[in-house]
Design a protein around this ligand. Sequence first.
Ligand SMILES: CCCCCCCCCCCCCCCCCCCCC/C=C/C(=O)SCCNC(=O)CCNC(=O)[C@H](O)C(C)(C)COP(=O)(O)OP(=O)(O)OC[C@H]1O[C@@H](n2cnc3c(N)ncnc32)[C@H](O)[C@@H]1OP(=O)(O)O
Ligand SMILES: Cc1cc2nc3c(=O)[nH]c(=O)nc-3n(C[C@H](O)[C@H](O)[C@H](O)COP(=O)(O)OP(=O)(O)OC[C@H]3O[C@@H](n4cnc5c(N)ncnc54)[C@H](O)[C@@H]3O)c2cc1C
Length: 633
Amino acid sequence: MKCYPVPRENLVLSIDNLKDDIPEEYLSHKECYENVIRKGSVLYDIFSELSKDRKHKAHQAPSNAYRISDGIMQNVNPFLLHFALFVPAITNQATPEQQAEFLKHGFGIIGTYAQTELGHGTFLRGLETTATLDLETDEFVLNSPTLTSYKWWPGGLGHTANHCVVMAQLYVKGKCHGPHLFFVQIRDIETHEPLPGLKLGEIGAKMGFNTADNGFLGFHNFRIPRNNMLMKNSQVLKDGTYVESKNEKLTYGSMVFVRVYLLSDMAYMLARAATISVRYSAVRHQSHIKPDEPEVQILDFVIQQHKLFISIATSHAFKICGLWLWQTYSKVMEDIGKGSMDRLPELHALSCCLKTTSTRDAGWLIEQCRLACGGHGYLMSSNLPSLYTTATAAITYEGESTVLLLQTARYLIKSWKRAMEGESLPATVSFLSEYFNKRYNKWENTPKGIVDGLKLVVAGVTKMCAESIQKHVSRGQQYEEAWNSSSVQLIKASEAYSRALLCEVFWFEVDKVSSTLSNNLAVVLKQLAELYITYWALEKRGDLLVYTTISKDDLDKLQERYEELLALIRPNAVGLVDSFDIRDEILCSTLGAYDGRVYERMMEHALKSPLNAETVNQSFHKYMKPVILKHKI
Ligand SMILES: CCCCCCCCCCCCCCCCCCCCC/C=C/C(=O)SCCNC(=O)CCNC(=O)[C@H](O)C(C)(C)COP(=O)(O)OP(=O)(O)OC[C@H]1O[C@@H](n2cnc3c(N)ncnc32)[C@H](O)[C@@H]1OP(=O)(O)O
Ligand SMILES: Cc1cc2nc3c(=O)[nH]c(=O)nc-3n(C[C@H](O)[C@H](O)[C@H](O)COP(=O)(O)OP(=O)(O)OC[C@H]3O[C@@H](n4cnc5c(N)ncnc54)[C@H](O)[C@@H]3O)c2cc1C
């Protein structure tokens, strides 16, 4: 993966015309877009200049550089798809010669990834856009045969991108070879007008992501050179010979990249929400704990700690697991480069369930942070509403959560069958063999004991799914029908697997490095990891009671330990969110600024409302006054 140099925050944040005079929430839909293009173009220019000076580092671990742009934009960057999917798709799926050709203009072109259609997003084999080889002209002819085949949703497609990578059904000599990727120019570089044979536009206002410029694209006999099919994995030769890929699913590789990346991305989204809500909870005084004492910081309410500290811990869990998953991704990509695809199914399964859990958790935890700030959390100026709508979009994009969990369940069932046949399993699912062979321990009230217990839940639910499928088949259902009949439990197995993975990786990665950290830091990180694991043991106590030897007494002790951890973390809570080191200009929050001047910032922001430009709005005289006077008694 090409990574773009991290522009020093000071450099970016010092640029005057990147600041907004009027808060974005007071701009129109069109003004919002024009404003982010203005700012994004400055950022794009910086990235272009920076990238000329430094070598791209391939396979660099995820960083949140591009989230600087979120702070500047205070919303989604319409150029993001260029970096998130367009360039990675070309570098992952095109030959070296094609990469040199398609990317020769560097930042001179702006791309997106056009896969989803009006009629299909999940079922890629059902996509309707066609790319038909014309042998005589050595071209592909792209068509959108139906309204439902129009590309619909790609970010930046409406008015920003001038190129895209298009997923279309490949037709050669009358035969369909399934979805393949094609490099397509869609707008004139000079005039930015849509090229002839294309219908382009944006899809309209959304609950968030409103500056992402999600668009639609229809093809009418649109011609591209044969060489514009990305041909690293499969090829179409000049004579029309189709050379198939060693693994047809390699075409889906770009989605795996973003799914892997999203874990780190959600860590950052949560870090911002936790910073805002914890700092605000330290500033806000409300009500009493002891009747004869002054009003307390709301952060002193244990239930407020219960609402917020899990977000601090989860941000670290996702950051640490995100790096672990990135290392797995990099290793699998390296193996594929050497011709071995053995671990691709495991990577696909891991990325599906971890992407789903991280995006879902980020959504409800950010909402929990908002709610914990009372009415002021509902202000756009708190930035919590925008963080919520941006994070929750990720539950759907890059693979809808239900669908991806079923993909992981497919892998768990296959692994269970292999365990039953005595085959050795990858480390990430080897516990299934131990469970099958009844090699597991009694419950222990320790972090490792909890992790082992959560794994027993996965094994128990997976076994139950396998038996459910078998039961439906024995009653005459086809396997696919039996799969569908068991899907509620299959989802449960994947969710349990994802949670066990997060707890295991978080705890053991922290435990592994703790000896290299200062004692204080090691203690605090371990407290966060133990809080995370204990929180989820208590949340999943029902499953633990069914599938492990945990007792009511063990659970009572866990609850007690959990509350101890809240009290231990309380003195460090503000320091912990300060250590996320997110600058005010990127946090964009009246509630979460470092100086704690919440009320002054709220009033300053309120006065920027256009409505406050005058004491009496014209609508009084135009509309209200006539009615008041008419009905005046
Ligand atoms: C100006 C400055 C700007 C700043 C600069 C920034 C620089 C920084 C750069 C880094 C940026 C990183 C960005 C991260 C943030 C992200 C922001 C993104 C914004 C939004 C973008 C959204 C994009 C999209 O949504 S793209 C569309 C996504 N769509 C999907 O995911 C579709 C989901 N559907 C599927 O994946 C499949 O159809 C599936 C899996 C549901 C079903 O597949 P199927 O063909 O029906 O097959 P099935 O029978 O189920 O499975 C067969 C077989 O194949 C295996 N399989 C399936 N998929 C994969 C896969 N992807 N990889 C590997 N294997 C796969 C499956 O396991 C089965 O195997 P077997 O069991 O062995 O048969
Ligand atoms: C903010 C945002 C940005 C996006 N950006 C892009 C982009 O840049 N490029 C791009 O190509 N796409 C993009 N997308 C589209 C996104 O990838 C799709 O929305 C997503 O893949 C889901 O497809 P769909 O919306 O067609 O839902 P469908 O596939 O129609 O699914 C709808 C619902 O049906 C159910 N369902 C579907 N299939 C199954 C199944 N097999 N088993 C059980 N239940 C099922 C699920 O409940 C699912 O939620 C974006 C979407 C959003 C919201």
